[in-house]
Design a binder for this molecule. Structure first.
Ligand SMILES: [Zn+2]
Ligand SMILES: [Zn+2]
Length: 193
């Protein structure tokens, strides 16, 4: 008996899928982007993940919003909220939940470049070797400060940026649909040898 997934067509499809797999870097950017969707801030939706330098282990994750139990909204709205809406920034949330030792090397991936306060917290966290961001925040002095502290700071390459432009969600959706389809095709209880 030949299962459908053993045919030449299925093998070619499998090889194409394997060749087109996203990098761990892209997966982490997708994760940071997905986290931003959880943001409850009116001004900007930001997501941040703290990972190992090879991008394969996630140490912590955060998005911007109010403290646990407080209203899911900014404390201050309108003009007065510029630079001070009261929300905890994504990086700050990720830092407070980062349980690995200070000495562990870390890479930080954010949807937006960190502000001055968050850049200082990242220095204080210790072990941060690299900060990668997708969009540049309006103030960039924080990036110079991180570089002075010998932290590599860089913007995502263009093809990775395309993931943030609304493609992230459809990619996640496509992947989920494909998984469901694969499981359905293989049938219940069928496992690969
Ligand atoms: Zn806010
Ligand atoms: Zn910040």
């Amino acid at each position: 008996m030949t299962y459908e997934w053993e045919t030449r067509e299925a093998t070619e499809k499998h090889q194409q899928r394997v060749a087109g797999r996203p990098s761990f870097e892209a997966i982490n950017l997708l994760y940071a982007t997905s986290l931003a969707l959880r943001s409850t801030c009116r001004r900007l939706a930001v997501g941040c993940v703290i990972v190992s330098p090879d991008f394969q282990s996630v140490y912590s994750a955060g998005y911007n919003g109010n403290a646990r139990g407080l209203p899911n909204d900014c404390d201050v709205v309108g003009d007065a909220a510029v630079g001070g809406c009261g929300c905890i920034h994504a990086e700050a949330n990720a830092i407070t939940k980062c349980g690995v030792p200070h000495t562990t090397p870390k890479t930080v991936i954010t949807t937006h470049s960190p502000c001055m306060a968050c850049a200082k917290l990242l220095i204080q966290l210790e072990g941060v070797q690299r900060v990668v961001y997708a969009e540049e925040y309006r103030l960039t002095a924080s990036l110079d400060m991180l570089r002075q502290e010998h932290i590599v700071v860089e913007r995502w390459p263009r093809d990775a940026l395309a993931l943030v432009d609304g493609r992230a969600l459809s990619l996640i959706d496509d992947a989920r649909r494909q998984l469901v389809e694969d499981w359905r095709r293989m049938g219940p209880g069928v496992t690969r040898p």
